[in-house]
Write a new protein. Sequence first.
Length: 191
Amino acid sequence: MRKRLIGVASIILVGGFLLYFWSGKLLDRGVDPHADGSNAYAIILGAKVNKNGEPSLSLQYRLETAIEYLQKHPHVKVIVSGGQGQEEPMSEAERMYTYLLEAGIAKERIIQEDASTSTYENLSFSKELLPEDEKNLTIISSDFHLTRAQYLAESLDLEVDVVPAQTPKSVEEKMRLRERAALLKTYVMGY
């Protein structure tokens, strides 16, 4: 009986290690294909707004990356996507809108989607804001988040490229671990 338990524990341990390694490789692949400005629309996926109304570091990195991309490609319109969490003083979309305006991005280029509460909803609700025949979209989000975002976008019949924002070092390990679990859930559940 003891040998059997050790054998089962060993299989679980090895399986867990392989799953962890495999999911890490998947996360690393998410930064391709890199956007080149050929898509007319981009989406910034939301992240937490702090209680004081300032963007979290993750959201700030996404916004700074988006500003650089939008300045380089002035024809691109952007959807800022994210609802308001319980501890957030405003929707993520509203905070991103204000941040982009303050950075000099014209309000005519910014579309707000402020009802979503998940990555799937970010993409699904934002798809409804695109012109009817538009299927191409650039996703701007944290580097660790892009594999799952691409998978979900493809499930919604969107063709995407990406602009990866750096993940803050202070939360990188925590976010990558959380994203591994979310990625596995998405592959199993489909959303």
